[in-house]
Design a protein around this ligand. Structure first.
Ligand code: CUA
Length: 152
């Protein structure tokens, strides 16, 4: 009977782990995190068809492309607003040093490297305001890098 107890305890632990993992993706789910393979010259970002005017662009019924430039020490644009129940493709690049784009309280987090385009796809459901921070030390203003991802 002790065996049964420990078996039950082990099962409860496993279920607990699964719930924890699942909970982490509630509210904002990351469908895919990868590097698009696209390269970009940081000097010529403003010649890029999309990064030259960063922001939100609707590309499907419930799908949006978002282009964000990351610099010392800001996300441009600082605030991004997307509709609830949509798929959001974030495209990020840096104009100077390595930064990150990390949506607080979710697993949406990517390094943003000069010369490369980082892509993160997130599925947003309910209206909510998310903070965005940089988690790669990038200089004296690192701790002041703040952005916002608002689901409306
Ligand atoms: Cu940008 Cu730390």
């Amino acid at each position: 009977t002790y065996e049964k107890f420990w078996l039950a305890a082990a099962m409860a632990l496993i279920v607990g782990f699964i719930l924890t993992i699942t909970y982490g993706t509630v509210g904002i789910g990351v469908a895919m995190v990868d590097d698009s393979g696209e390269t970009i010259n940081p000097e010529n970002i403003n010649d890029h068809p999309k990064f030259s005017s960063p922001g939100v662009e609707q590309v499907g019924e419930n799908e949006y492309d978002v282009y964000i430039q990351v610099v010392q020490f800001a996300f441009l644009p600082t605030e991004v607003e997307v509709p609830a129940n949509s798929t959001v493709n974030l495209h990020l690049t840096s104009r100077d040093v390595i930064h990150s784009y990390s949506v607080v309280g979710t697993n949406a987090n990517t390094m943003v490297i000069p010369g490369e385009v980082a892509e993160v796809t997130v599925n947003v459901d309910e209206p909510k305001e998310y903070g965005v921070i940089c988690t790669e030390y990038c200089g004296s203003g690192h701790h002041n890098m703040e952005g916002k991802l608002t689901v409306v």
